[in-house]
Design a protein around this ligand. Structure first.
Ligand SMILES: NC(=O)c1ccc[n+]([C@@H]2O[C@H](COP(=O)([O-])OP(=O)(O)OC[C@H]3O[C@@H](n4cnc5c(N)ncnc54)[C@H](O)[C@@H]3O)[C@@H](O)[C@H]2O)c1
Length: 443
């Protein structure tokens, strides 16, 4: 049985909330420090400020909730401080570390007087010394512990991590390290204690590798469209090779979210700053933009002359979350709006965030309301509820019943039987009128 600790978690976003709730589930007392008053107020009212099913269920337990204390600023007395603030990239693709710097500034006095601090935010590799400088140069008590959770299963992933990575400086304080391990390595996951740059590169490298696998699968999907072949069969066949292990990758029209695109960018920039060109990471990023433009072109190609209305089902970057950061659905919606189409979106959990992110997008109250009068329906996020819509009843409500499935969610054969023109990412057209000899260019 581990000792109950008083912990300070800074930042109540996707990672901070998973960290706070996970550690409270394990019995620790948590100060959850968040500058956004709407997030603090939601927590004080007993609700999760984000959509994460497992976390919402755990937070509903009064004992867990009672151990989490939302605060606007850190207070003294914590045994350990965990920094979970955002590290976005700026317009030039460089990591913006202002949130980490401000968070460290707010706890520098506590670190100076002996409290260890763990950075759980994703840092670009190679900036350890600069980070230590923010807390008075006390690198011996500064640790990097990158988080590997997936949104949608965030709490589960926090509680049963694939591995726990702890980055330390050479002059590490062994007592502080012992406490970091005690709090963060609770179970039998592999534990890696490595240097700071190695820890950050493990995180950056993992996300970059996941991205390039996705970009490759999506590129195969585009090629399959040109060959009238099915990418799902191709990926399945490739995946049987144990050296590749590509199974489980679902091809789509692009990947997004707050991590993969930005961590690809960050890795490319770390390379640039050290004179190392990251050719593969650059290519994965460019391919991702190209796949989204290709999908927008395909949607435009399905519009009949004079038709303008497109229904976009799904706005989150993937199912299971309300997060729309770098969402491919919103990127494609933006392109279509710029081309003069009317795009009406709906998402079971992300509509509010999407309206904030892309104010020119019209938001419908339901899938049915988005679809009514549209010429093309786009399946942009793989929410299971879209599979369960009354497609037989909806066919007559559209201006021309056409569906393009960016997530391979629906049964194409059934959709065609119901009277839809149905197309999907990486799928044979199933429509003899579609030419396979004039491939659409991918930019
Ligand atoms: N979202 C993910 O799935 C995920 C997974 C692994 C790692 N990460 C990394 O974890 C970090 C956090 O990601 P996120 O998605 O939780 O970000 P987020 O933007 O959802 O949350 C960050 C929160 O920190 C708050 N904040 C910023 N500065 C603060 C300060 N000085 N004091 C208190 N609160 C402050 C913000 O208001 C915000 O609520 C990033 O570095 C990200 O790359 C994210």
């Amino acid at each position: 049985m581990h000792k109950t600790r008083h912990l300070s978690v800074i930042g109540a976003g996707y990672v901070g909330l998973a960290t706070a709730v996970g550690l409270a589930v394990r019995g620790h007392e948590i100060d959850l420090v968040e500058t956004r008053s709407d997030r603090r107020e939601a927590l004080l009212a007993g609700t999760m400020p984000i959509h994460e099913p497992g976390m919402m269920a755990a937070f509903a337990d009064p004992e867990v909730r009672g151990r989490i204390h939302p605060l606007g600023a850190p207070r003294p007395g914590a045994d350990l401080i965990l920094v979970c603030v955002g590290t976005p990239v700026d317009a030039e693709g460089r990591s913006d570390l202002s949130q980490v710097e401000a968070a460290l500034g707010s706890v520098a006095d506590y670190v100076t007087s002996g409290t260890p601090v763990v950075i759980r935010s994703t840092l670009p590799a190679g900036i350890g010394e600069a980070i230590a400088a923010r807390v008075g140069g006390h690198g011996s008590r500064v640790f990097s512990n990158p988080e590997f959770l997936r949104q949608g299963t965030a709490l589960e992933d926090f509680l049963q991590p694939t591995r726990v990575v702890i980055g330390t400086f050479d002059n590490v304080d062994e007592d502080a390290l012992a406490m970091v391990k005690e709090v963060l390595h609770d179970g039998d996951s592999p534990l890696l204690v490595v240097g700071m740059a190695e820890a950050d590169l493990i995180k950056n490298g993992s996300n970059a590798f996941l991205s390039l696998r996705l970009s490759f699968a999506n590129e195969l999907a585009v090629l399959c469209e040109a060959l009238d072949a099915d990418v799902l069969k191709v990926i399945e066949g490739i995946g049987f090779d144990p050296r590749i292990g590509i199974r489980g990758i679902q091809p789509s029209f692009g990947f997004g979210g707050s991590c993969l695109p930005k961590d690809l960018c960050a890795l490319t920039n770390v390379g640039k700053s050290r004179g190392v060109r990251m050719h593969v990471a650059e290519a994965a990023s460019e391919a991702n933009s190209s796949h989204q433009r290709h999908f927008a072109d395909r949607i435009e190609g399905l519009m009949t002359p004079g038709s303008r209305r497109i229904a976009m089902l799904g706005l989150a970057f993937k199912a299971g979350t309300d997060d729309v950061r770098s969402s491919p659905a919103l990127n494609v919606a933006r392109m279509l709006l710029e081309r003069g189409f009317e795009v009406v979106g709906f998402d079971p959990h992300a509509s509010r965030n999407a309206a904030h992110e892309l104010p020119t997008l019209a938001i419908a109250e339901s899938s049915e309301a988005a679809i009514a009068g549209a010429s093309v329906v786009v399946i942009a996020t793989e929410w299971p509820e879209f599979r369960d819509l009354d497609w037989a009843g909806l066919v007559g409500t559209m201006a021309s019943p056409t569906v393009i499935d960016g997530r391979r969610l629906l049964d194409g054969k059934r959709m065609r039987e119901l009277g839809y023109r149905y197309e999907a990412v990486g799928a044979p057209s199933g429509d003899s009128s579609r030419s396979t000899t004039s491939p659409s260019p991918v930019h």
